[in-house]
Design a protein around this ligand. Sequence first.
Ligand code: ATP
Length: 139
Amino acid sequence: MAGNFTLEVVTPEKVVTREEVQIVMAPGTLGEFGVLIGHTPFLTTLKLGTIRYTDSKGEEKTIFISGGFAEALPDKVTILANSAERRRDIDLERARTALERAQKRLGSESAQDIDFTRARAAMERALYRLRLAESRRKQ
Ligand code: ATP
């Protein structure tokens, strides 16, 4: 069996986790990738999605990220995310409100006042959070 290494997920606001893990899967912009201990060092960008990992006790966990960067070293993976939260911490009501707000903006008549790229990104974050939180309920 492979050994444990450190996973750190941080945002400009907080440290979401710093713990020992067995394997990490992450949404690279060029495709999802997996990291085990002793991996060749690399740096990559991440898209919106989930960091999935198995902790040192064998428990599988999921963290939402809205995109960012990953640095893999032989004994540590660091995820720098724009925003991130554990699946169990997703606030459904907040995500629903964010989705409605974004949809309203995207459907707005006064188009010159709307930053569509920003509204679309907000909508994608909200939709992803809702989907992830709903999948937690079904488990
Ligand atoms: P909102 O408009 O509700 O702030 P957002 O997509 O613009 O949503 P982000 O900029 O991605 O929010 O994140 C800002 C902070 O709020 C981050 O710390 C993120 O983890 C947290 N956050 C945002 N939405 C939720 C949610 N639905 N549940 C839990 N935490 C959230």
